[in-house]
Design a protein around this ligand. Structure first.
Ligand code: GZL
Length: 334
């Protein structure tokens, strides 16, 4: 009998051990279905020009991915082709369609009072993404983007080191599309720094319209005019910095590095961080285009009855030819 009881005890112990080790099977969850069409939050997205630059492509993709049907949104994209008047009429079109929210990536900082007044009358919340505008703060719910003036300060701080000890800086300045807040902020930072440094001289300034080809043509004409006097290019985005580099190299000029024409750029897209690692771009200041998740969070906060801060700027950094590494670049999301 004792043997029998011992066997039962061991068997019981063995069964309980085996069941404790068995994999825990979670009940199979139904595939998550996006909400019914009628439940989706309809969002009108007025974009400057969806494919204008590497930055803009990454920005457009970020919004489309974050405001997907799976995430509960019905996103309608309007592309103004960088035409400020068309962008305003695109916003009016969203008001007429009675969307639930409007996102604006403004081509120009001016010209917003009337259409935003119409959005307010229609009770449609407006979120400014990326660019700021010159309009009363009660005409939009919030702004999410980069600090353009501070980006420019990061660049001019580096220039201060490059041209330390009174070394002459002869600068050519490729501006973004005139009137865009990114252009305004980055230009103001350079002009303020030039005013503070008597050894800095602005040889030429012109908009390259954010475009590689336009910047290349302008830079080629400046090389004809100023030749070897040019020792610094301040380009307000990566695409224009690339155009300037192409023109300089085709003219046989040394670019970047310790003793070439110093190249300043903005946006820090991956391909141009590679050029920074190669030493062709000396200082590349980040401007984060991945604003989609932040915009989706702002809309969800308003949907939930919350009030977002009027301004939410994203953290940004800068990269330098003599400290950047391939590991840093490989870890970057764009
Ligand atoms: C910056 C963004 C600028 C980029 C350019 O937030 O508005 O516009 O720096 C883009 O590349 O065209």
């Amino acid at each position: 009998m004792k043997k029998f009881l011992a066997l039962v005890f061991v068997a019981t112990l063995l069964i309980s051990c085996l069941s404790a080790c068995a994999p825990v099977t979670t009940p199979s969850t139904q595939g998550t279905q996006p909400p019914a069409e009628s439940k989706l939050i309809r969002v009108g997205f007025a974009q400057c020009k969806a494919d204008e630059s590497d930055w803009r492509k990454a920005n457009t993709k970020s919004v489309q991915e974050a405001l997907s049907k799976e995430n509960g949104f019905d996103l309608i994209l309007a592309d103004s082709n960088n035409d400020a008047a068309k962008l305003v009429s695109d916003v009016q079109g969203f008001i007429d369609q009675e969307v639930d929210y409007i996102i604006i990536a403004a081509v120009n900082a001016d010209g917003w009072d009337t259409v935003l007044g119409n959005a307010k009358k229609a009770g449609i919340p407006v979120i400014l993404m990326d660019r700021t505008i010159n309009a009363s703060e009660d005409l939009y719910n919030c702004w999410l983007g980069g600090g353009f003036y501070n980006e420019g300060v990061k660049a001019t701080d580096w220039m201060g080191k490059r041209f330390a000890g009174g070394k002459q800086a002869n600068i050519v300045h490729l501006q973004g599309q005139l009137g865009a807040s990114a252009q305004v902020g980055r230009t103001e930072a350079l002009e303020d720094a030039i005013g503070k440094n008597s050894n800095w001289k602005l040889l030429a300034q012109q908009t390259g319209e954010w475009s590689t080809d336009t910047a290349k043509e302008i830079m080629a004409s400046w090389i004809q005019q100023y030749g070897d006097d040019i020792n610094c290019v301040y380009a307000e985005n990566d695409n224009m910095a690339d155009g300037a580099i192409q023109a300089l190299e085709e003219a046989g000029k040394k670019v970047g590095g310790d003793d070439g024409v110093a190249i300043i750029s903005f946006d820090a897209n991956r391909a141009y961080l590679q050029m920074t690692l190669e030493g062709k771009i000396n200082c590349n200041v980040e401007c984060n285009p991945l604003l989609g998740p932040g915009v989706a969070a702002l809309i969800n906060k308003i949907e939930g009855g919350g009030t977002p801060n009027k301004k939410e700027s994203v953290d940004e950094t800068a990269f330098y030819y003599d400290t950047i590494t391939q590991e840093v670049i490989d870890a970057r999301p764009y």
